[in-house]
Design a protein around this ligand. Structure first.
Ligand code: GUN
Ligand code: ZN
Length: 444
């Protein structure tokens, strides 16, 4: 595994691309930074400097340089929603959300009371993320505290910046998966004390969704957020039509799905809600006002037949909502953020909307970091940020090589075209290497 406390300096020479602003709101040319021949200087796992090779090479002539010719380096991908215990049940046939949970998901999650098993799956899961260029993720564990320990231990061994939490659910699930309002509170509290801000790790209070929590459990989740103001809130929201109808039946006093969470004090600037496919305009407005975030999970929304997310509503000028992309494995069908962005583009197309290549890449990097309130630490090559990044190959298959005879773009238009081909055609084969805190963590 990697050496966590490296003091050495290292320089990487390649083409580099990142974002300094949000291309949904600012002209793209002002948001994108690009060096066709750049030099990235790393020190103590952080970005020391990035600029044109020609301008920096003299000043850093003493440092070891690793060159990636014909490659494109971007910040590590940020996956804003997925489930590590669902890794083994990815691509389960035939159901929509509620049937899928009962038939496939709950039985598999029942296995995660076994720490050794959870550790094995967590290790595989994290290696799969690295193989796909994902360096930060917001992750559901299972209801068992052991599953959270297993996940954080494996993430810590890889020095990854990860956010996770114990699932809270005290009704409408099999007995073997249910906690109680009180035990969920106590166990979550203990896990927060153990793991939140332990190295690069952060904790998310994680009620599964309104259907599997009583009012009392949601209230205690809110109490945890009051007691630990910088932990996250991570849950599902308004994914599927039958789900939304059931929430209305269960919470007769609430005006809608989001209001159930709002009444419990769960809607704030560190709250991340997965899906939001069925949200009303008022609910989008409320999320904007609260500075809460949505994780758009296109492969999952298509696979489970949940619906077409209204990206233009989330990214509206009037009521902007923080937005990231989530793979939602195992409801989602790929660990690849490139493939996730591909499906996001197609969902936009089906709604007569656009998702430009730079907007898609922004969502997978700095946009995701902003959705997770981590943009002071990751998401771009800004000086001082943690050096998590991905080395991409736009010619990673024979067809992609035919499509991109010349690897390196020399203009912004060319770059947009190459990024688009990566998003449409790229997958784990396009990930040549993944660096975590300045250290090589994966190589194809
Ligand atoms: N809603 C509640 N639980 C889940 C889950 O595990 N996956 C998805 N996609 N939606 C959910
Ligand atoms: Zn999910």
């Amino acid at each position: 595994m990697s050496n966590h406390s490296s003091k050495r300096s290292l320089a990487i020479r390649s083409a580099f691309l990142d974002f300094v602003e949000d291309p949904f709101y600012i002209p793209e040319a002002e948001c994108v930074r690009y060096w066709s021949d750049g030099l990235l200087i790393l020190e103590d796992g952080k970005v020391k400097e990035l600029g044109a090779y020609e301008q920096l090479c003299d000043r850093y002539s003493g440092i070891e340089i690793v060159s990636y010719d014909d490659r494109l380096i971007v910040p590590g991908f940020v996956d804003t929603h997925l489930h590590f215990p669902q890794t083994e049940m990815i691509a389960a046939y035939g159901e929509q959300l509620l049937g899928w949970l009962n038939q496939y998901t709950f039985p598999v999650e029942g296995k995660f009371n076994n720490k050794a098993y959870a550790q094995k799956v967590a290790g595989f899961f994290l290696d799969e993320l690295l193989k796909n260029g994902t360096t930060t993720a917001l992750v559901f564990a299972a209801v068992f505290p052991e599953s959270v320990d297993a996940f954080f231990e494996e993430a810590s061994r890889r020095n990854l910046r990860m956010i996770a939490g114990k699932v809270m659910m005290d009704r409408n699930a099999p007995d073997y998966l249910c906690d109680t309002a009180e035990t969920s509170y106590q166990e979550s509290k203990h896990l927060i004390e153990k793991w939140h801000k332990n190295g690069r790790l952060l904790y998310a209070v994680t009620p599964r969704f309104a259907i599997t929590s009583t009012d009392e459990q949601l209230r205690l989740a809110g109490k945890l957020l009051e007691e630990f103001p910088d932990v996250y809130l991570h849950t599902h929201l308004s994914e599927n039509v039958d789900e939304v109808a059931w929430v209305k039946e269960l919470f007769l006093d609430s005006t809608g799905y989001l209001d159930v969470y709002d009444r419990a004090g769960l809607v704030g600037d560190r709250s991340v809600f997965a899906h939001g496919v069925q949200l009303t305009d008022q609910e989008f407005q409320r999320l904007s006002e609260a500075r809460a975030a949505i994780a758009f999970c296109p492969t999952s929304n298509l696979f489970l037949g949940s619906g077409l997310f209204r990206i233009e509503q989330a990214k509206s000028m009037e009521h902007p909502v923080k937005l990231g992309l989530g793979t939602d494995v195992g409801g989602g069908t790929s660990f690849s953020m490139l493939q996730t962005a591909n499906e996001a583009y197609k969902i936009a197309q089906l709604r007569q909307q656009n998702l430009s290549p730079f907007k898609a890449l922004f969502l997978a990097t700095l946009g995701g970091a902003r959705a997770l309130s981590l943009d002071d630490k990751i998401g771009s090559f800004e000086v001082g940020k943690e050096a998590d990044f991905v080395v991409l190959d736009v010619r990673s298959t024979p067809l992609m090589a035919f499509r991109n005879p010349i690897a390196t773009a020399t203009s912004l238009n060319e770059l947009a075209d190459k990024v688009f081909s990566l998003v449409m055609m790229g997958d784990d084969r396009a990930i040549c290497a993944t660096y975590v805190a300045g250290e090589l963590a994966y190589q194809l």
